[in-house]
Design a protein around this ligand. Structure first.
Ligand code: GUN
Length: 311
């Protein structure tokens, strides 16, 4: 018993770091093999990334996505539109990409400027090219656990990180902090699915006693976009913590004027955990790798069906 407790204490003082860069590199290697297989059939996977406006963080994310495409030998199109772009013009761009046979995946970076009806834009994307997995057809497939749909990249990234560290989800108490369309809701669906079998709670800004809810978690997924909101006392000893937040906070000591921090107060939380993701270098690189996977899935499925959207 004493020995077991010593082991537990040692594990808690030095948590396992879930290194997203290393796992992402492995996923990208899988992608390279898939690109070669598609190339052998005369197919070059193609991704279009549309950015409306000049949000600096979105510019960085879009740049990383396009760079990763180039590294893997994908065809990519980066379409940067002014913040003043009308709903109609953006819809026309999406319809053009739906009809473009060189494009297998379409991503419109979120959030768009306030005058854009994002739901209408998402619904306009051909679901066969919806590599974000936000279109209602793909959401339905996720809910129904039907194969062939696209799973949103960030939740898919979190699941792959858990898998890579052999963290058992079956029967585990999972708490997802955040209920967004991009992360929280699909994350909860993946964890509760028949392949993961976790018991899932979705907690959000209107939940009563967030710290007590989070303390129930064997697996805590923090996806609220509030810097260092999750404190040590919110986390059960020995929990696995996945930090989805990528927040810019002012830091005069940095050349950029800011530093990146997660939704979890890493320094105080890490010693309590069995495993935790760092920010940066955790979920972020994995999300891009899963986007590449989804684009390859789209290229494979579209080429098999021989079909492209009518536009
Ligand atoms: N903004 C932040 N994350 C995402 C994402 O996964 N997809 C899109 N389209 N926009 C985002």
């Amino acid at each position: 018993m004493r020995i077991a407790l010593c082991h537990l204490a040692a594990a808690m003082n030095s948590p396992r770091l879930l290194d997203g860069k290393t796992v992402a590199a492995a996923v990208l290697d899988e992608c390279r093999a898939e690109v070669a297989a598609l190339n052998a059939h005369g197919i070059t996977p193609g991704l279009a990334v549309v950015l409306v406006g000049e949000d600096p963080a979105s510019q960085v994310y879009v740049g990383s996505k396009v760079r990763t495409c180039a590294e893997l030998g994908f065809f990519s199109r980066k379409i940067e539109l002014p913040a003043s772009t009308s709903q109609q013009d953006l819809l026309a761009v999406v319809r053009g990409l739906n009809a473009d046979p060189a494009i297998h995946g379409i991503l419109v970076q979120s959030p768009p400027p306030g005058h854009i009806d994002e739901d209408a834009i998402i619904r306009a994307i051909d679901p066969r090219k919806d590599v974000d997995g936000f279109h209602p057809d793909n959401v339905a497939r996720l809910v129904l656990e039907e194969p062939g749909g696209f799973v949103p990249c960030t939740p898919a990234a979190c699941m792959r990180l858990l898998e890579s560290a052999a963290i058992a989800t079956a029967g585990a108490e999972a708490v997802v902090l955040g209920r967004s369309r991009i992360v929280g809701k699909p994350m909860a669906l993946l964890l509760v699915s028949k392949s993961a079998n976790a018991t899932v709670t979705i907690a959000h800004s209107r939940s009563r006693d967030l710290p007590a809810l989070c303390r129930r978690a064997d697996i805590l997924i923090a996806a609220v976009g509030r810097p260092e909101m999750v404190k040590a006392e919110w986390v059960k000893a020995g929990a696995v913590v996945i930090d989805v937040g990528i927040n810019r906070v002012a830091d005069a000591t940095r050349k950029s004027g800011y530093r990146l921090t997660g939704d979890v107060a890493f320094e105080q939380v890490a010693p309590r955990c069995a495993a935790i993701t760092p920010v940066p270098g955790g979920v972020g690189p994995m999300t891009i790798a899963m986007l590449m996977k989804n684009t390859l899935q789209a290229a494979r499925q579209l080429s098999r069906s021989g079909g492209h959207a009518a536009g």
